[in-house]
Design a protein around this ligand. Structure first.
Ligand code: NAD
Length: 278
């Protein structure tokens, strides 16, 4: 048993706090990577239409022999499909690619404030349809700033269950996380290892040495202690096992604080207020 905690979302659904991300895993390597992760005990997978590997994620899960209800699967709307009719088609396409009749979580990938006349609210209302008809057990957003979330709050009915944003020790996102906590929106931390950039940090190396753990394990544990949901990516079998082996220790409050103090407001990915790529 891995002892992965579940987090209760604002609609009563549960999500494993730890999972596996498949961004930048080429389609021809994805089925093998997901199968390895399943063998290592991962039960939560994060993909997206944009990653081009939904079909391979779905087939690894289907071939695993595990029941669909034991696995939590998230996918995301492509940036080119924000208009309601396109979003409906894209959602059907994602279900078809995955080979499932529902997803656990469907997200708007980016708010794209400079596209679609800035109207991500119409897109959100379309996701509400997928929630109401049961084909997406939960719906949420990704890369939304507080001012984007405020608009959804004022102009739509359902509060996003999650906001998936870039978070790691060099980008602690205290303002967005604070806003989400106030509004019962769970935070998912993407690039939890800062794509590897934080792993050579001397403070993290020192803490890792004291706990007899690796820098990656300490950083992932830091996210868990802060309450965020994480899904690190790796195709390397030893790292896939290493990353999930974090449920047999806890960091002290002081060590959590020293890692949080490494914040430099440094993104590895795009700024959501500016990003407009389709
Ligand atoms: P990550 O922080 O998980 O880093 C992954 C990289 O770190 C790997 O390529 C590998 O080089 C290295 N790594 C992994 N485990 C390691 C270990 N134990 N020791 C040393 N190095 C290790 O970055 P990510 O893949 O960008 O983020 C994770 C997931 O978040 C993605 O796969 C995707 O599902 C999601 N994501 C979402 C968005 C979004 O816009 N919503 C953007 C980026 C990523």
């Amino acid at each position: 048993m891995t002892g992965i905690p579940n987090i209760m979302l604002n609609n009563g659904q549960r999500i494993p706090q730890f999972g596996f991300g498949v961004f930048l895993i080429p389609p021809d390597e994805t089925e093998a990577a997901v199968s390895r992760a399943l063998e290592a005990g991962y039960r939560h997978f994060d993909t997206a239409e944009m990653y081009g590997n939904e079909a391979e994620v779905g087939s690894a899960i289907s071939k695993s022999g595990l029941s669909r209800s034991e696995i939590f699967v998230t996918t995301k709307l492509g940036n080119g499909a924000h208009r309601p009719d396109d979003a409906r088609q894209a959602f059907d396409g994602s279900l078809k690619a995955l080979g499932f009749d529902y997803v656990d979580l469907f997200l708007i990938h980016w708010p794209l404030p400079a596209r679609y006349e800035g109207d991500f609210v119409a897109t959100w209302k379309t996701l509400e349809e997928f929630y109401r008809d049961g084909r997406s057990r939960s719906i949420g957003v990704s890369n939304f700033q507080p001012h984007h979330l405020r608009r959804l709050h004022q102009e739509s009915e359902i509060t996003p269950a999650v906001n998936q944003i870039e978070v790691h020790p060099y980008l602690t996102q205290d303002d967005v996380r604070g806003f989400c906590a106030e509004h019962q929106i769970a935070v998912e931390a993407w690039s939890p290892l800062g794509r590897g950039t934080v792993l050579g940090d001397p403070t993290i190396a020192d803490i890792a040495g004291r706990y007899g753990k690796t820098p990656a394990q300490v950083v992932l544990r830091w996210h868990i202690e802060r309450g965020d949901i994480v899904f690190p990516k790796s195709v390397t079998p030893a790292r896939i096992r290493e990353n999930i082996d974090i449920f047999d220790f806890e960091l002290s409050g002081e060590d959590v604080e020293s890692i949080s103090a490494l914040n430099r407001n440094e993104r590895t990915g795009p700024d959501p207020d500016k990003f407009d790529m389709i």
